[in-house]
Design a protein around this ligand. Structure first.
Ligand SMILES: C[S@@+](CC[C@H](N)C(=O)[O-])C[C@H]1O[C@@H](n2cnc3c(N)ncnc32)[C@H](O)[C@@H]1O
Length: 205
């Protein structure tokens, strides 16, 4: 198991990393990438959207812009992260919760989105299955994951810290969760990091 693929360790890491998270995040994730994530969820104004692992609210901003602040329900394991998102979006609905055991009934949301959180889930297939379960039939599940590095040296270092799934692995998890019409985009924040992440979207049938 990688260092941060453990809920207790991820939770402790973010308790402290939270203090500088907003300064570091823009080096790895761009607004363009977050726009693609929400585009791939195919949401419209008034839809009820779940965000899993909302952190301090970078992706929440893009979802709020599309569907309206009070139509967003966001979950995160780390209160120190979420408290900043709560301040940014006081009309959105925030809950402390675990991606692998979402505190919602089946078929509630028009779409479920998670950007940059799956790499800390010890059982990513279960998290995707949970996102599919709470999404209405016809709705989309979208995740953004850091992609397995092509360079073996960087791959070894990266995978000792947290999960860096391949695109094929993500697609396999989506299929296992019963999702269909699977689409993906490999992208990144800079030209030299043009395939840092993979964004995968699938439809619940
Ligand atoms: C990279 S940050 C958040 C990214 C955020 N979505 C954004 O766009 O900036 C990852 C977040 O995932 C949360 N997290 C890690 N494991 C989780 C789990 N099992 N369930 C819910 N949230 C989790 C962490 O607390 C952290 O806030």
């Amino acid at each position: 198991m990688a260092l941060l693929d453990d809920k207790k360790r991820a939770r402790h890491f973010y308790k402290y990393f939270s203090k500088v998270y907003d300064l570091i995040n823009p080096f790895f994730y761009s607004n363009e990438m977050r726009k693609i994530v929400v585009d791939m969820a195919n949401v419209k104004e008034g839809d009820l959207v779940l965000e899993v692992g909302c952190g301090t609210g970078f992706t929440t901003y893009e979802i709020v812009r599309r569907v309206g602040e009070d139509r967003v329900v966001a979950v995160d394991l780390t209160p120190e992260q979420m408290v900043k998102a709560v301040r940014r979006f006081p009309k959105a609905n925030f809950l402390r919760g675990d991606a692998e055991s979402l505190p919602f009934k089946d078929d509630v949301f028009d779409a479920s989105i998670s950007a940059g959180s799956i790499e800390y889930w010890p059982h990513p297939a279960l998290g995707i299955q949970e996102m599919a379960r709470v999404t209405k039939p016809g709705g989309r599940v979208v995740i953004l994951a850091p992609r397995k590095p092509d360079n073996p040296f960087f791959r070894k270092i990266a995978e000792s810290i947290m999960l860096f799934p391949s695109t094929q692995q993500c697609v396999a998890w989506f299929l296992k969760a019963g999702l269909e019409d699977i689409r993906y985009v490999e992208t990144g924040p800079y030209r030299f990091w043009s395939k840092l992440v993979v964004i995968v979207s699938g439809k619940k049938v």
